[in-house]
Write a protein that binds this ligand. Structure first.
Ligand SMILES: [Mn+2]
Length: 316
């Protein structure tokens, strides 16, 4: 499948790389990393990354590109770190010329527009891209190595969730040898502020517990405003509620200012992905997300009930 994607890259002079809604370090790192890989091997091509990226890393990695509609239409679209066109943050992707995908989420079969590389065993999309660079002796810049390292680090929660340690460490080593700067990346990742500290305090004193073992928290707009944080910021605090003994699933629901609700599901046992899929979301077996059209506490209760049932079945 790599050859089919590489042929498409060779064929197109202009390429746009897309990341998912609510971009994270792996999505952003994959976009920057793949762009750098393509440019290092084909210096005359035009390669763009679209979406908001992860602002905290703009200083030490790079900023996103501004891409006009005409360029989008005349380019190859490459999806990284996401299932399909509908999951992409820049919805103009639907107008692109041709498509390819590199991803590590559970394949729902919803991408039918072109060749794809999907490795659900990989702990990050950046891990896959690094493997391709090594396997096919592709060139990579320092910037590309740094971006790919960022994605491996963040999606593995700093090397906690790794399926193949020797392989991932080989890849991380390769990136370090090509200029990745773990110290700098770690420093940015570890940075916090008093607003986040107060939000963490709120999370730790306001979570709810279900009968079977689901820990949950709901952030409505009023709460988010009183904490001075966004729905995305709140959602990123979900792991504070993880790994509490007797509670194998933890989840959060955060209301955006336009009324939609971001849902995050995590587990250290039963798969939460089927529940995410049942409400239109997706992701990994033990880390999934979804979006609800509005904050409906009754619906949230139903979702938690489904998660409870998941735990009951898993314990059998
Ligand atoms: Mn990822």
């Amino acid at each position: 499948m790599f050859n089919r994607i590489w042929e498409l890259i060779k064929k197109h002079d202009s390429i746009v790389i897309y990341g998912h809604i609510n971009p994270d370090g792996d999505c952003y790192g994959s976009q920057v990393g793949l762009k750098e890989v393509i440019l290092s091997n084909f210096p005359n091509k035009k390669v763009y990354i679209t979406g908001t990226g992860v602002r905290a890393f703009f200083d030490i990695v790079c900023e996103m590109d501004k891409v006009d509609d005409e360029t989008i239409k005349n380019s190859l679209a490459i999806i990284v770190d996401g299932n399909d066109l509908a999951r992409m943050e820049d919805s103009r992707i639907f107008t692109a010329k041709e498509f390819a995908k590199i991803d590590h989420h559970i394949d729902t079969g919803s991408f039918t527009e072109g060749p794809s590389i999907v490795d659900v065993e990989a702990n990050s999309c950046c891990d896959i891209i690094t493997g391709l660079v090594m396997e096919h002796n592709l060139k990579i810049s320092k910037l590309g190595a740094n971006a790919l390292y960022l994605g491996i680090l963040t999606d593995s929660a700093r090397f906690q969730f790794v399926t193949n340690y020797p392989q991932t460490f080989e890849r991380a080593k390769f990136l370090c040898e090509h200029g990745a700067e773990p110290n700098k990346i770690n420093k940015v990742l570890s940075k916090t502020d008093e607003i986040t500290l107060a939000a963490k305090g709120y999370v730790m004193s306001h979570y709810k517990k279900s009968k079977a073992g689901v820990i949950s928290i709901v952030f409505d707009q009023k709460t988010l405003q009183s904490l001075s944080i966004s729905a995305n910021h709140a959602s990123n605090l979900i792991n504070l509620l993880g790994n509490i003994e007797g509670y194998p699933i933890w989840c959060s629901f955060a209301e955006y200012s336009d009324g939609r609700v971001r849902c995050e599901f995590r587990s250290n046992g039963p798969a939460v992905q089927p529940v995410a899929v049942s409400i239109g979301g997706g992701g990994h077996a033990q880390a999934s997300g979804a979006q609800l059209p509005k904050l409906d506490l009754k619906q949230i209760d139903e979702i938690i009930h489904k998660l409870d049932q998941t735990i009951i079945d898993w314990r059998k």
